[in-house]
Write a protein that binds this ligand. Structure first.
Ligand code: SAH
Ligand code: SF4
Length: 360
C-alpha cells in the first residue's frame, strides 16, 4: 500500500502525475502534511472536493489505529498503543520537556533480541514495521502537538528517539528510509535536525558500520549495560555474536566518522552491573579508544518489568557509579524515568492493555 509519508519527493510527483493530477498538487499535499501537520485529506481545502477523495483513497489509508492511550506527568507524557493493519500492536511515547518535545517510537512489533530485563524482549519478534508505520507515529505526534490540546500549548517534535519497541538496526532499510523522511527539509519531510534523531542499538556491528557510512549525522546510542563479556553475554544475548570490544570499536568508529558523540546506554541493575569496579572498567574501555569525550554515558535506573528478578540500584550505588565515571572524566548523565507509572519508560513497552482499561 502506497502512503504519502513513505514516498520520496520525486516519487510523490510521479504518483500525482500517474493519478492524472497536475504536478504542483504534490507540493500542496506535502505542505499540509509536513508544514501544517494535517494528514486527513478531507481538511485539505485548497484541493477540489473530488480530488480530496482521490488523494485520501490513494495515499492516506491510515496505517495505525489507536488501541489505547495512557497519560502521566499531568498530561505531559502520553503513551499511545497502536494496532497495525494485521492486528500487531506497537507503542510510542511523547514526552514534553520545557525546551523540547521528544517522541520515542517503535521500529518493530516486538523484538527478537531477548534482553532479559526488557519487557519488549520477552514477547519475541512479531515483525518489522514498514517505514510508513514508523512515520505514522511521528505524524500523529506532530498533529497532536500542533493542535495545542496538550498541557504546555502547541509544540513541535524536536527529538525522535528509536527507543520504543524493537531493534532499529535489525530493520535497517525501513528505519533508514523513515529517517530520511524525518530529516528531509519541509515540505519534503518533517525537517527535524538529524542531530535530534537518535538510533539506539543493542550493538549490531555490521549495521553500525553501515550507518556510519550513510553521511547522516544522527545520534547513535549503544545499549552496553556491562563493560565485560561475562556479564554482557547474560544481559544482552546478542553479545555472544558481537563482543564488547567489537561493539565499542564500532561505536568509536561511528564517533570518528560522524564527529558525533555516541551515547552509551547503561541500565543500572542492583548488585548486577552497578559495582565501582565495573564503572572503572567502563571508563577505561571508553578512554583507551579516544581521549576526547567521544562517548557520553547515559545511566538508566532499571525500570521494573513483569517477571524480572532484577531491580534498580540503590541511590547510593547509583551515585557512586556516576561519581567513578566523572572522576575518570567521562561525561555522564542519569536518564529520568518518565512514564514509568504507565509502563511507558525504557524497556516497559509490551503493548499490554492495563487492567481496567477497556481501550479507546
Ligand atoms: N533495541 C534498542 C532500542 C530499544 S530499547 C536497544 O536495545 O537499544 C531502548 C533502551 O531501553 C535501551 O537502551 C534498552 O537497553 C533500555 N531498556 C530496556 N529495558 C529496560 C529496563 N527495564 N529499564 C531500563 N532501561 C531498559
Ligand atoms: Fe530488544 Fe532493545 Fe529490549 Fe533488548 S533492550 S530486547 S534489543 S528492545
Amino acid at each position: 500500500m502506497t502512503h504519502w509519508f513513505g514516498l520520496t519527493p520525486a516519487q510523490r510527483v510521479a504518483e500525482v502525475e500517474a493519478a492524472g493530477l497536475p504536478a504542483f498538487r504534490a507540493g500542496q499535499i506535502s505542505r499540509h502534511v509536513f508544514e501544517r501537520h494535517e494528514f486527513d485529506p478531507g481538511s485539505f481545502t485548497d484541493l477540489p472536493l473530488a480530488m480530496r477523495e482521490v488523494v485520501s483513497g490513494r495515499w492516506f489509508a491510515p496505517p495505525l489505529a489507536l488501541a489505547f492511550e495512557l497519560t502521566a506527568d499531568k498530561g505531559r507524557t502520553v503513551k499511545r498503543a497502536w494496532a497495525l493493519v494485521d492486528g500487531a500492536v506497537i507503542e510510542s511515547v511523547l514526552m514534553r520537556y520545557p525546551r523540547r518535545d521528544t517522541l520515542c517510537i517503535s521500529s518493530q512489533a516486538g523484538c527478537g533480541m531477548g534482553c532479559p530485563f526488557c519487557a519488549t524482549g520477552q514477547g519475541g519478534l512479531r515483525r518489522n514495521l514498514t517505514a510508513v508505520e514508523i512515520l505514522a507515529q511521528l505524524a500523529d505526534a506532530e498533529a497532536t502537538l500542533a493542535s495545542g490540546s496538550l498541557p504546555g500549548g502547541p509544540g513541535r517534535v524536536g527529538n525522535v528517539v528509536f527507543m520504543g519497541m524493537g531493534e532499529p538496526l535489525a530493520n535497517y532499510n525501513a528505519v533508514m528510509s523513515a529517517v530520511r523522511r524525518i530529516v528531509d527539509p519541509v515540505p519534503d519531510g518533517w525537517g527535524i535536525s538529524a542531530r535530534g534523531v537518535t538510533v539506539s542499538t543493542v550493538g549490531l556491528v555490521p549495521a553500525m558500520s553501515r550507518l556510519a557510512a550513510e553521511g547522516l549525522p544522527v545520534t547513535l546510542a549503544l545499549s552496553l549495560h556491562a563493560p565485560d563479556d561475562d556479564l554482557r553475554d547474560e544481559l544482552v544475548p546478542v553479545n555472544k555474536r558481537f563482543k564488547v570490544a567489537e561493539v565499542l570499536d564500532a561505536a568509536w568508529d561511528y564517533a570518528r566518522v560522524t564527529k558525533r558523540r555516541v551515547s552509551i546506554e547503561y541500565a543500572l541493575i542492583r548488585d548486577v552491573n552497578d559495582q565501582a569496579a565495573r564503572a572503572d572498567a567502563l571508563a577505561r574501555e571508553l578512554r583507551r579508544r579516544g581521549d576526547w569525550a567521544w562517548a557520553h554515558v547515559n545511566v538508566i535506573p532499571l525500570n521494573p518489568t513483569p517477571g524480572s528478578r532484577w531491580t534498580a540500584s540503590t541511590p547510593a550505588s547509583q551515585a557512586g557509579f556516576v561519581a567513578r565515571l566523572e572522576r575518570a572524566h567521562v561525561p555522564v548523565t542519569v536518564r529520568d524515568t518518565r512514564g514509568s507509572d504507565i509502563d511507558g519508560a525504557c524497556g516497559q513497552l509490551a503493548a499490554t492493555v492495563p487492567p481496567g482499561d477497556l481501550g479507546a
